[in-house]
Design a protein around this ligand. Structure first.
Ligand code: ZN
Length: 574
């Protein structure tokens, strides 16, 4: 995927963005000396060890080791793919992402064709609902559900005729299969996926049709059918109704998550126009992160049956890592046998919204559900509650909410000294300790690599040394050579761009450690340190080679060339 976006554009983007502004817009930073700090969003901690440095355009956590450039931050913090992070970064900077036309042309073509086919199919289905006499059963169904023509139009509700080839007659078979609209037959050819159903187009955030949901009009099964995963449709990332919601209100005060598309549409019909539905999958962390981009309050509203209860508990589990301060999740539990569609139809909007207002805070719901079947008046019950709660609370980002949840657990279990996050603090201290020890004996290769990564301009010193690389056969030297080549080919390169060259490779992690190493030196000291490190590296390489030759001479003897090499080396030693 990385190949789709031209490398110079990524480099340029990293030059334009200021990582301090970027991170500060997600996580308030405090100025502290030369850097900006915050409590780390990637691990639990009480005192800030997360630092962002403007001069380096990097962030680093001394507690958990997380670190990287602006792109890594968006990928980890907002759970984005590489391409999504580039897109977000581009919009943060205010530029458009160009695409290289030569790379992966086939896949791109499939995607753009699929969007076109899906849009045309949506229009076809809408037209069928209006004009096909067979659609009467669908129209009756929608009327029975109390839906008006306007709402059907707003959501582009359509009708798929009960035929095997109504789409096949007008589109290329392979295009239909790629778009998820037709199913290939073993014998060749394909047949329509949606037949004799009311269909609901599913749109992505940009309003493009990415798939359909279809509901039967008789007793056949499955009652609901969704498009399969395709190049353009990813169920785990899309929610039904979000585009329609945002086109009515770009900044909703809250978003209600319900189970099905008919719930979304019925609620909108009755004036509640801020609901969305997961698409036949469990509500995931990705879904919630997506919704939190648009509103700080999410209300989970699932049916009162066992399946609905389970779905809501799973959603709460997925929600924990997303619950930063300022975000809120509430749980609206419906009575058994009632769905949102029934409730708003029978009781009206005002009543429904009052129920939302009175819905349970996540903290109450969480502890209530977790304590079910436990006797909190005995020690075992309380210990069991602490154990069960621990794994969830650990996932909460640092903040007031995390503190409050811990306090609530203390109150429930009457354990005043409880500190769920103590263990992490200890681990952090241990890390710090080993880090300090490592500082004093950084190997020559590590010093050279770290200093060069952090100060690419040091390349000049390295070039002046006229190093015979063949003589330095040590672990890490290949990586050093690779970095040297990159810097020579792009002398003005900065660290964040250098890092991009290694994203996704097995060297990435090592590079990140090297680039975050603190030397606590500046100016000419850096040059001296670097020069010294290279000298030590060269001599280490030399000693290594010498040992090798001497060992080989003892074991199997040396050939003429090797003998000459050994003698020269020994002579050089003086
Ligand atoms: Zn951390």
């Amino acid at each position: 995927m990385a190949g789709m976006i031209p490398r110079p554009f990524i480099d340029d983007l990293l030059v334009r963005v200021d990582i301090v502004d970027l991170i500060d817009s997600h996580l308030p930073l405090k100025k502290s000396g030369n850097s900006y700090t915050a409590r780390c969003p990637f691990h639990t901690e009480k005192t800030p060890s997360f630092a962002v440095t403007r001069s380096k355009q990097l962030y680093h956590c001394f507690g958990c080791g997380a670190g990287g450039n602006a792109i890594s931050f968006l990928m980890d913090f907002s759970h984005l793919s590489f391409v999504e992070a580039i897109e977000d970064l581009a919009s943060f900077v205010g530029v458009e992402v160009p695409r290289e036309s030569s790379t992966t042309p086939f896949k791109k073509k499939t995607a753009s064709t699929s969007f076109k086919v899906l849009e045309q199919a949506a229009s076809f289905y809408v037209e069928q609902l209006r004009n096909n006499s067979e659609a009467k059963i669908a129209v009756d169904y929608l009327k029975n559900r109390g839906l008006s023509g306007e709402i059907a139009q707003e959501f582009h509700i359509g009708f798929a005729p009960d035929s095997w080839d109504s789409l096949n007659k007008q589109f290329k078979t392979q295009e239909l299969i790629d778009a998820g609209l037709a199913i290939a037959k073993d014998t060749g050819g394909a047949y329509d996926r949606f037949r004799g159903r009311v269909v609901f187009p599913i749109r992505d955030r940009r309003g493009r049709v990415v798939g359909f949901g279809g509901r039967v009009l008789d007793d056949s099964l499955p009652k609901y059918l969704n498009s399969p995963e395709t190049d353009v449709f990813h169920k785990g990332k899309e929610v039904y109704g979000l585009y329609e919601l945002l086109s009515r209100n770009a900044k909703p005060n809250r978003i209600l998550v319900v189970e099905g598309y008919m719930d979304v549409i019925a609620l909108a019909q009755f004036g509640l126009d801020y609901s969305v539905a997961a698409l036949g999958t469990a509500t995931s962390k990705e879904h919630l992160e997506l919704l939190f981009r648009f509103s700080s309050e999410i209300v989970l509203c699932f049916d009162g049956d066992k399946a609905g209860q389970e779905a809501s508990w799973r959603a709460v589990g997925a929600a924990f890592p997303c619950l930063r301060d300022g975000r809120q999740i509430k749980i609206m539990q419906l009575p058994l046998g009632i769905d949102p569609d029934n409730l708003i139809r029978e009781k009206g909007l005002a009543y429904f919204e009052q129920q939302i207002d009175e819905s349970q805070a996540l903290s109450d719901y969480f502890f209530e559900r977790l304590s079910q079947g436990l006797n909190l008046s005995d020690i075992e019950g309380r210990a069991s509650l602490i154990n069960k709660a621990k794994s969830y609370l650990e996932k909460l980002p640092n903040g007031i909410f995390q503190d409050l949840m811990q306090n609530k657990l203390k109150a429930l279990t009457k354990v005043e000294s409880l500190d769920i996050f103590k263990q992490q603090t200890n681990t952090k201290n241990t890390n710090k300790h080993t880090r300090e020890q490592a500082d004093s004996k950084l190997s020559p290769i590590r010093s050279t690599l770290s200093l060069l990564l952090q100060n690419p301009e040091l390349i000049e010193i390295l070039e002046n040394k006229n190093i015979n690389w063949a003589l330095i056969n040590l672990p890490g030297v290949d990586l050093l050579k690779e970095i040297v080549e990159i810097i020579i080919s792009a002398p003005t390169i900065k660290l964040p761009c250098l890092l991009e060259h290694f994203r996704g490779t097995d060297k990435e992690k090592y590079i990140k450690i090297m680039m975050n190493h603190e030397f606590y030196i500046s100016g000419s000291e850096i040059k001296e340190e670097f020069s010294g490190a290279i000298d030590r590296l060269i001599s280490q390489g030399y000693e290594h080679r010498l040992d090798q030759l001497i060992a080989q001479e003892r074991e199997s003897g040396l050939d003429a060339l090797q003998q000459k090499e050994l003698l020269t080396m020994l002579a050089d030693r003086k």
